[in-house]
Design a protein around this ligand. Structure first.
Ligand SMILES: *Cc1c(COP(=O)(O)O)cnc(C)c1O
Length: 499
């Protein structure tokens, strides 16, 4: 009697695979059929799912039916052309197909031997990425899941590069001879820098936030003064994280000046270009990465603005030895005879098992080519400039930050007499009204304490017509947001004429 449980048969795989591929093709042809922002409430999805796992096998028909009926309504559609919140991303066809192959081959790129192709393709794709962004050939690197992890690895390498402390072996706690360590980044930096410091035992107080200028860029003179002040007070500065494309406004820190300071002060320079690194694919924007060649490490997320499905982050490093010095630990069972002649990517970070992420990035770069990727980025910058010009010309909205790339920060100011609290209420109501349409998804931030709306263009499907629709929605909804938030008694007279 044959009681062995078997995998899906080839026939069944083809039948359901065919159905799923058809569903995907249909979905990708019309993602705007779905509301971009899911309308479910917290707990709605869980309430429809059993608390206990099934004991008996279930049919693919039943599983797929629940996928469509229960899970699809709880999807926020990152593939929707109206996705303009946070930083948009994309999963184009070649990326989806690459992920399918990746799942099928199930490579584990921990050692060269456990996947020569995954390892060597990763090396090649890292070289291609440096070339696409116009970066020096002296960068090599590794693919990780997210910018948060890439920056964590870079900061760990920076910490290990501090001479004489030997933190890798001795740790940080209970050592009176180790001074407090300091990392510098701007007050606009991403929270991942602070999280990395928390993880590495540097602590939140070990991250000094440097103030920014009127365009939200780190002030190099403040950086220099802070380092001097800290040294005098007994801190040990070891790393500066500059941001090229901050998360709120996409501002670009003056990397060449920061690199000068790092050189003088012998500090590790890490550049967080998670979103904006991709802007350098069109040659006319490569100047945005000026000075980045002088960094010790730099992160760019192809899963943001390089049209690669989640997740894919690339960490460039000048000296892989310094990254390996932080992380290489080879137990006997992982020793191979190719250790001196090939790359073992497990030595470049924390995790042992690693997904074959290079495959999708390789397919995306080949399918679109440098020219295709550049054209997409260029068009997104143009759409953002078009929207920014519309804001500037309107009498009722105003930009709250410069627009160097594809994200526009703005707020509604329907009446100059309105106070800060009321403007915040109006803008929050306006955003909520627009998000409830399901046509566009916007997010917000605060700049100098002021509530600000954000439009970030970055999805491969977003076109001029979607920007036009956004403009119309803003005009239609502003008077309604004003009426909705007006104090009960003295309703102020608001002009609803469009600029
Ligand atoms: C998005 C972003 C991050 C975080 O990226 P993850 O890949 O989600 O960790 C870090 N830094 C900047 C500047 C970002 O825009």
């Amino acid at each position: 009697m044959d009681t062995a449980v078997k995998d899906m048969s080839a026939e069944e795989f083809l039948r359901y695979g065919d159905r799923i591929l058809k569903d995907i093709a249909d979905y990708l042809a019309h993602p705007e059929r779905y509301p971009v922002l899911s309308a479910v409430e917290p707990g709605d999805i869980k309430a429809q799912l059993p608390l206990e796992p099934p004991t008996a096998p279930e049919s693919m028909d039943a599983i797929l039916a629940d996928f469509h009926q229960i899970l699809m309504p709880g999807m926020t559609h990152w593939n929707h052309p109206g996705f303009m919140a946070y930083f948009a991303n994309s999963s184009p066809g070649p990326g989806i197909l690459a992920e399918t192959l990746c799942a099928a081959l199930n490579q584990n790129a921990m050692l060269w031997r456990t996947s020569p192709s995954a390892t060597e393709l990763e090396e090649v794709v890292m070289r291609w990425m440096a070339s696409l962004l116009g970066l020096s050939e002296s960068f090599t690197g590794v693919i990780t899941d997210t910018a948060s992890i890439s920056s964590l690895l870079a900061m760990a390498a920076a910490r290990e590069a501090i001479p004489g402390l030997n933190i890798r072996e001795e740790g940080l706690s209970g050592r009176p001879e180790v001074p407090r360590l300091r990392i510098y980044t701007s007050d606009q930096a991403h929270s991942s820098i602070e999280k990395g410091a928390i993880t590495l035992g540097i602590g939140q107080r070990g991250v000094r936030k440097i103030d920014t200028d009127s365009a939200f860029r780190m002030r190099p003179e403040s950086l220099k003064a802070s380092i001097a002040e800290d040294r005098a007070a007994g801190w040990l500065p070891f790393c500066v994280v500059a941001t090229v494309g901050t998360t709120s406004t996409t501002s670009i820190d003056p990397v060449p000046l920061i690199a000068d300071i790092c050189e003088e002060e012998k500090l590790w320079l890490h550049v967080d270009a998670a979103y904006a690194g991709s802007a350098a694919v069109p040659p006319e924007f490569q100047h945005l990465l000026e000075g980045c060649d002088r960094a010790d490490s730099m992160v760019v997320n192809p899963h943001k603005w390089l049209f690669t499905p989640m997740d894919c982050s690339v960490l460039f490093v000048k000296s892989p030895q310094r990254l390996r010095r932080a992380f290489s630990l080879v137990p006997e069972y992982l020793v191979t005879d190719s250790d001196n002649t090939a790359t073992n990517y497990m030595d470049w970070g924390v995790q042992l098992g690693r997904r074959f992420r290079a495959l999708k990035l390789w397919m995306i770069i080949r399918y679109f080519g440098q020219e295709g990727l550049a054209a997409l980025v260029r068009e997104h910058v143009r759409l953002a400039a078009d929207f920014a010009a519309w804001i500037d010309a309107s009498g009722q909205f105003r930009r709250t930050a410069p627009t160097p790339l594809s994200a526009v920060c703005f707020c509604a100011v329907p009446d100059k007499e309105l106070g800060e609290a009321q403007l915040e209420a109006i803008n929050a109501a306006l955003m909520q009204r627009i998000n409830q349409t399901g046509e566009v998804f916007l997010s917000h931030t605060k700049l100098n304490g002021e509530y600000t709306l954000r439009v970030a263009v970055g999805n491969i499907r977003t076109q001029q017509k979607h920007i036009e629709r956004l403009k119309a929605l803003l005009e239609e909804n502003l008077p309604l947001a004003v009426a909705q938030t007006a104090p009960a008694q003295a309703t102020p007279q608001i002009s609803t004429a469009s600029g």
